[in-house]
Design a protein around this ligand. Structure first.
Ligand SMILES: [Zn+2]
Length: 372
């Protein structure tokens, strides 16, 4: 069975919740119908003419991108303008377009994490370069018939509940009596319709980050034996893990600029790489951010990074970095975001397959505009 657009959106929002996007960033379903079933999805960096033509040519009904289709509010869709023509063409071809932009930059497994992994730099446990918020915590309380508590605990722990520091499966349980009366049209696991049932149940409680909410509830419904699962979710006045833009990496040994540039060239397939050493020869506190990093120069200096790897640096960014003694590597906006785009495709494919959906996910092969 193919997945509906809304199912694809909910899978993407497990990875990159729309609630963590920067204010005003137009993320989520940009164009289309949440109820449409899609047999093929094309994943690309941009929702541009090349991506749109490829999606249509390959029979994809959905385009998933990092950069949004609409950055600003529209007052008209006039086919006399390039933007209007693109939108009209997407509508005529019934193409659904979904974008995960700053929410995918900010989420812990997002663009900068994928970039660091692709470069082979040590990313586990890395600090966030610019904190934008935290993955708020929720308390989950669920009532489980005795004997099923381990299966339920394992299921929700695998989906991300019960993680405190490096301890997994953290729960508290106490027993009591649950009551219910099965009504018309029910198919109860225990008891009979119209009769009050009293069952020994365990109250199992744990915590989870908001970003894992849908995954945990889905796992709970899957592993719990009851037809209707009784559970509560409470917001907690506790901050979870910090999230934000970019990362700070600390390799085991200082890396010379030549090695960093070579890594970008080989692993990102980036040929137009510019670097500025700020008079330093090697680097052991490396700030990194996929995309456009000029606005993070001051933050990289505040966080005592000695180099910033990103893209899109301008002449005045270079002068600011020089005045603060920060080295720069500019490996290109698109080259530093492509590992994130590749991962979006892999992630979607894996999750759709695990859900039993017959929806194919492919990566754009055509190219849009490029510098030469
Ligand atoms: Zn970008």
């Amino acid at each position: 069975m193919p997945a509906a657009v809304k199912k694809v959106a909910s899978i993407l929002e497990e990875l990159a919740p729309v609630s963590i996007a920067l204010p005003g960033d137009p993320v989520g379903l940009q164009l289309g119908n949440p109820e449409t079933e899609v047999t093929k999805i094309l994943v690309s960096l941009d929702p541009d003419q090349a991506a749109l033509e490829e999606a249509v040519a390959r029979g994809a009904e959905m385009l998933v991108t990092h950069h949004p289709l609409f950055y600003q509010k529209l007052s008209s869709i006039n086919e006399g303008s390039p933007e209007g023509a693109l939108i009209a063409e997407a509508i005529r071809n019934k193409l659904n377009i979904y974008s995960a932009h700053t929410n995918y930059d900010i989420t812990p497994q997002g663009v900068s994490y994928q970039l660091a992994k692709k470069l082979g730099l040590p990313v586990e446990g890395a600090e966030v370069l610019e904190v934008t918020g935290s993955d708020q915590l929720l308390k989950l309380v669920v009532f489980v018939p005795a004997g099923h508590e381990d299966k339920v605990r394992d299921g929700i722990a695998a989906a991300g509940a019960g993680q405190i520091g490096n301890y997994s499966h953290s729960t508290f349980q106490t027993d009591g009596t649950g009551t219910f009366m099965p009504g018309v049209g029910t198919d109860p696991y225990l008891g009979s319709r119209g009769q009050l049932e009293k069952v020994t149940e365990l109250r199992l409680e744990t915590i989870l980050p908001v970003s894992r909410r849908h995954a945990v509830i889905e796992a709970l419904n899957r592993v719990h034996p009851y037809e209707e699962v009784a559970f509560d979710l409470y917001p907690l006045d506790l901050d979870g893990k910090t999230i934000g833009l970019g990362l700070i990496l600390e390799p085991d040994k200082p890396l010379p600029i030549e090695e960093l540039v070579q890594l970008c060239r080989d692993r990102l397939n980036a040929d137009d790489i510019r670097s500025f050493t700020a008079g330093q020869s090697s680097f052991n506190r490396i700030a990194l951010c996929g995309g456009s990093g000029g606005s993070l120069i001051e933050q990289a200096v505040r966080r005592k990074a000695d180099i910033l790897i990103s893209g899109d640096f301008r002449y005045h960014d270079l002068k600011r970095a020089e005045s603060m003694g920060l080295a720069l590597v500019d490996a290109g906006h698109d080259a530093t975001e492509r590992p994130g785009v590749d991962y979006l495709r892999q992630y979607l494919e894996k999750e759709l397959q695990a859900g039993g959906f017959g929806t194919e996910v492919c990566l754009q092969t055509s190219e849009g505009a490029k510098w030469h």
